[in-house]
Design a protein around this ligand. Structure first.
Ligand code: HEC
Length: 92
């Protein structure tokens, strides 16, 4: 019984560290553009959760979808910087 209580406590502690403020992008050229453009509608864990699944083409598709489908106000130059950053740092 006592052990189960400990497990529950551990799970709670792990969960607490996974909040928004804990999300850190890899520092590289373009990280600022992602922070500035990609956190308005959802948290940055959306792109990070897709890390490793998408290649450059895939990331381009995601950013295009954010702009075209969801209306993200991101200009073409920023979009290119972001796709570049995401495919280099979170690409497949
Ligand atoms: C205008 C609002 C908005 C902005 C700005 C925005 N997104 Fe999204 N994003 C959404 C919505 C809406 C969804 C779908 C939400 C859901 O399914 O809960 C989404 C979902 C996602 C997903 C999940 C996979 C998918 O294709 O649905 C990823 C990855 C993602 N966004 C990345 C980004 C990146 C990278 C940026 C910056 C270039 C960005 N978003 C900026 C609205 C936005």
């Amino acid at each position: 019984m006592r052990q189960m209580y400990l497990v529950a406590l551990l799970l709670a502690a792990t969960h607490a560290t996974a909040d928004e403020s804990a999300i850190k992008l890899k520092e590289a050229p373009g990280a600022d553009a992602v922070r500035a453009n990609c956190a308005a509608c959802h948290s940055l864990d959306y792109p990070i959760a897709n890390s490793g699944f998408l290649d450059a083409k895939g990331w381009d598709g995601v950013v295009t979808k954010m702009v075209k489908t969801f209306g993200a106000p991101i200009d073409a130059a920023d979009a290119r910087t972001i796709v570049d950053y995401l495919s280099k740092n979170y690409g497949r």
